[in-house]
Ligand binder design. Structure first.
Ligand SMILES: Cc1ncc(COP(=O)(O)OP(=O)(O)O)c(N)n1
Ligand SMILES: Cc1nc(C(=O)O)sc1CCOP(=O)(O)O
Ligand SMILES: [Mg+2]
Length: 217
């Protein structure tokens, strides 16, 4: 566990949508200015040098907005860039990384697909949040395994770490996920795939706030 706040709109970057460094940083800045709380730098195309430069720049932007910076797939890149945390999938070496979460206060997010048991294991080895998905068909990752909304209800009952929902989520379909217990909503295409990123971010943040307020009332 860490003492970071994992909630709200959790934006994930995609090099196929943000094809230059300038476009990436501009889009991240815009999303943060509209109230996005968490940015994950996810880039399976850039060189290592480019990734380091971009991860550092995103971390600095996040600091300016008091938001969190998370690196996809690589603990080494998280450490080298000074980012706040890492997101690991089941084949990315997600394992006991409590030395990072406890002594260095880094965030560790773990992909749990549709499986509460994976989330329980992740929680035991010190994960900061469990990510479930994909809840809707995803343009970005069409092959992602489907997950049921009931899993969020179960997870809310049995986990004490925050819950992130991912996969095909937009402003029109996020409310059942928030009602079922998602603390944060992870989004790629419905944000960075839009022609007006500022408008998209504003709508996503406003919608999340409306539905999460009605859940906590
Ligand atoms: C918040 C969040 N949830 C799930 C994922 C997927 O991670 P993974 O299964 O490792 O797949 P890739 O992103 O590496 O393709 C994620 N990145 N972020
Ligand atoms: C990266 C990723 N992981 C998923 C999972 O289910 O683990 S779904 C996904 C893609 C999310 O992008 P979009 O919001 O465009 O659907
Ligand atoms: Mg991964």
């Amino acid at each position: 566990m860490t003492d970071h706040d994992i909630s709200g709109i959790y934006a994930i970057t995609d090099p196929k949508l943000l094809t230059t460094e300038a476009a990436l940083l501009d889009a991240v800045d815009t999303a943060l200015a509209e109230g996005v709380r968490i940015i994950q730098y996810r880039d399976k195309l850039a060189t290592n040098d480019q990734k380091l430069e971009r991860a550092k720049a995103i971390h600095q932007l996040c600091k300016t907005y008091n938001a969190l910076s998370i690196i996809n797939d690589s603990v080494d890149l998280m450490m080298a860039s000074g980012s706040d945390g890492v997101h690991l999938g089941q084949t990315d070496g997600a394992s006991d990384l409590s030395h990072l979460t406890l002594s260095r206060n880094k965030i560790l997010g773990v992909t749990c697909h549709d499986d509460l048991e994976l989330a329980r294991i992740a929680e035991r080895f010190g994960a900061s949040y469990a990510a479930f998905g994909r809840f809707y068909p995803s343009k970005t990752k069409p092959q992602a395994k489907p997950a049921q909304i009931d899993r969020l209800i179960e997870a809310k009952q049995h986990l004490s770490i925050p819950i992130v929902a991912i996969g095909g989520i937009n402003a029109h379909n996020m409310s059942p996920l928030i009602n079922a217990g998602a603390d944060a909503i992870a989004i790629i295409d419905a944000l960075f795939g839009q022609s007006d990123i500022q408008q998209a971010a504003n709508t996503l943040v406003t919608t999340f706030n409306q539905f999460s307020t009605s859940v906590s009332d």
